[in-house]
Design a protein around this ligand. Structure first.
Ligand SMILES: [Fe+2]
Length: 323
């Protein structure tokens, strides 16, 4: 079965959002709607920050165990290990507390806890036909949007590539946002890109992340103006919209000119928040670029870029500009 190609759009946003300072205390009620025994998925940094203790107290007897073994870039084997642990303690609900890597680990675990096998059996899109283990997200960063998306990005270390698993059935059931407006912004962005899908920025960020371990958010930010320039002639009007949203007065400007002003506004914002602007300043070597450009061509996000990406040479060109 597939949808008619004439359809205008489908909007899918099933995650319940619970928002407000102190909203983490609503967790027991959300858990009780979904299951009985929780495994909390998190990382060492969150444990050290004391946040796990708070959630442990809130969960009380429903907490069956804690899986805190999540690295910066999670991998297939991490999800497999986490699912095995969750199975061993009889968990039927996952609560993730952390950033993108932690959330995506729980998404991967939810598949294995329901379907069995190994996450490497599920590299693809829309292969699942039934609900997966329910998952409640408490994001601790503002940026990934993963708390409302149908995607998990997981490193396949054998292939040396970040794999996108895109499945409606791994969309989290509940997102609890306890930490301010930036989290709402990230969530809205998550809803947008989970439906409109991604593009070349993400393909390049995943690939340089796989080759050189550059953090995902940093890489996305660094590539953004370069890819906007690459796309500009294809979508000048959209880029002009961004300029306007950023407070640029585009009155009287042609769309292309307004688009360029939007890119300049993003670069000015990056300077203001002191985001590194060159790959060479964050540990990337020039010889990494070719490999990353080739990887980017097989990344799922590249297909949805507004300007068709024809070859790895084109991607390499953008990497060089960012270098
Ligand atoms: Fe992302």
């Amino acid at each position: 079965m597939s949808y008619s190609p004439d359809l205008s759009f489908i909007y899918f946003a099933p995650t319940k959002v619970v928002y407000g300072v102190g909203s983490v205390s609503e967790l027991p009620m959300e858990v009780s709607n979904l299951g009985k025994r929780v495994v909390l998925v998190t990382d060492r940094g969150i444990c050290d920050a004391g946040l796990v203790d708070e959630v442990r107290d809130i969960l009380g007897d429903s907490l069956a165990g804690i899986f805190a073994d999540v690295p910066q870039d999670t991998g297939m084997e991490v999800c497999d290990r986490g699912a095995e642990y969750a199975g061993s303690v009889g968990a039927d609900v996952l609560v993730s507390l952390g950033g993108g890597s932690v959330i995506d680990t729980a998404k991967g675990m939810s598949i294995i806890m329901t379907e069995g096998g190994s996450l490497s059996d599920f590299q693809g899109m829309q292969m699942l036909t039934r609900p997966q283990t329910p998952h409640i997200v408490i994001p601790t960063t503002a940026g990934t949007g993963s708390e409302v998306t149908s995607a998990a990005v997981v490193l396949n270390r054998e292939q040396g590539q970040k794999i996108i698993i895109y499945e409606y059935h791994i969309t989290p059931r509940v997102a609890i946002l306890d930490r301010g407006q930036m989290q709402v912004a990230a969530l809205l962005a998550g809803w947008a890109f989970s439906n409109a899908l991604l593009g070349l920025v993400h393909a390049m960020a995943h690939s340089i992340g796989a080759v050189r371990g550059i953090p995902h958010g940093l890489a996305n930010g660094l590539f953004l103006p370069h890819v906007m320039r690459f796309n500009l002639e294809e979508v000048p009007g959209l880029t002009a919209d961004i300029a306007e949203a950023l407070g640029v007065n585009i009155h009287g400007m042609a769309p292309l000119e307004a688009g360029k002003a939007g890119i300049a506004a993003i670069e000015a914002l990056q300077d203001r928040i002191r985001l590194p602007r060159r790959l060479r300043d964050i540990g990337v070597q020039e010889e990494d670029l070719k490999k990353a450009a080739e990887l980017a061509m097989s990344d799922g996000s590249v297909v949805y870029n507004p300007r068709m990406v024809l070859s790895s040479d084109e991607v390499l060109e953008v990497y060089r500009k960012a270098y």
